[in-house]
Design a binder for this molecule. Structure first.
Ligand code: BGC
Length: 256
């Protein structure tokens, strides 16, 4: 069985990729990264995507991709941290045309969640499991007994007393921009988790994205009752999950 798949994770600051062993979730190549173009228009991103794929000398006919937006049938529906002209663009078609490969595109947090549920701390976990990715924005992936409910966007509700969506209050991007201390940011993030806990009563919360690497710095601020753990695959989860998703799509299997 073919087991090597290329996964690409598109973020607000970098486009990252690696060849993944989808049986083990291990990286079979080095992780490569190209800065996200500015402005991050569809044309500029398609070129960056194709450049990254070329760097791997990829000969497979399918590539998996995580993208920081709501994605429906390959079409980008929102653009919180990327150029607004993405809205309505068929990203699957655009990246396929740019590379000559079939490209499957899904929300970045959803594919990161797929990786954690297959190979990380979510493996075998039943009940309600929520993955929150902490980066330029806040991404979410919700699993009920291992099955994904896609495009949940739990970074986009409003907390009482705030007139901006919650990712404008508690993302890692905001921590950096406002130069918040870990305690200041940690208590904001805890407030976010408290609200999530009230809404969903999850059995487990897994923290992914770049911010999850710093879990030790804000762990003491987290007071919710739900167990909160950092993702095992840290910020490689998006790449790994994108590759798993491509494999499942090629085999016409359920994403998870
Ligand atoms: C986007 C989500 C994405 C998250 C993490 C948010 O701004 O709306 O779709 O998953 O950022 O990249």
């Amino acid at each position: 069985m073919k087991k090597e798949y290329l996964g690409v994770d598109i973020g607000a600051s970098g486009v990252k990729g690696a060849i993944i062993d989808i049986e083990t979730g291990e990286l079979l190549s080095e992780r490569k990264r190209i800065p996200t173009p500015d402005p991050s228009t569809p044309e500029a991103m398609a070129k960056t995507f194709a450049d990254l794929v070329k760097e791997f000398g990829w000969k497979g006919n399918i590539i998996g991709c995580g993208f920081p937006s709501i994605i429906k049938n390959g079409v980008v529906c929102t653009a919180a941290n990327i150029h607004k002209s993405w809205i309505g663009t068929n990203a699957e078609r655009l990246f396929s045309d740019a590379t000559g490969c079939i490209v499957t595109v899904r929300n970045d947090a959803d594919v990161a969640g797929i990786a954690e549920m297959n190979f990380g701390v979510g493996k075998g976990k039943k009940g309600t499991v929520l993955i929150v990715t902490i980066g330029s924005g806040l991404g979410s992936a919700l699993f009920i007994d291992g099955k994904l409910l896609p495009n949940t966007e739990f970074g986009h509700f409003y907390l009482k007393g705030h007139n901006k969506v919650v990712e404008q209050y508690a993302s890692d991007g905001i921590r950096k921009r406002k130069e918040l201390s870990w305690n200041e940011w940690g208590s904001r993030f805890n407030r976010y988790l408290q609200h999530i806990e009230t809404l969903l009563s999850p059995n487990l919360i897994i923290l992914g994205g770049g911010g999850s690497k710093k879990f030790g710095k804000f762990e003491k601020c987290i007071t919710v009752e739900t167990p909160v753990v950092p993702a095992k695959l840290l910020n490689n989860a998006g790449i790994i999950g994108a590759a798993i998703h491509a494999f499942k799509m090629e085999r016409k299997l359920q994403p998870i």
